[in-house]
Design a protein around this ligand. Sequence first.
Ligand code: FES
Length: 125
Amino acid sequence: MDVAVGKVADYADPGRRVLDIDGFEVAVFRLGEDFYAWENLCPHQGGPACQGKMLPLTTEAVNDDRTSSGRTFSKTAVNVICPWHGAEFDIRTGKHPMGRWKLRPVEVRVEGGEVLLKMPARLAR
Ligand code: FES
């Protein structure tokens, strides 16, 4: 079952909307022209992972002598941070940086400027 969740222009870039669709919480993220959707359920302890802050992926270059060259902020990778205990997830992959956890994906696509979700089969009535 497809569910329309707004027009492309309704979403900030980068941005997100957290939706409750008949008790199923899903977050739809926009990064540029790409959309991603994840269940709003943290694999750590069930927190609302997708409602936390969105921050660019931060990396720190380390020199051969183990000193820092400073931090850089990605222009393409954005993480969302679970508000309960701070686990971060890459909005594009749903993965925790250490590969420990992964958000559950929801199929999302754009047709004619409309953002559509395909509801998981387990929710079909
Ligand atoms: S429930 Fe999300 S980090 Fe613990």
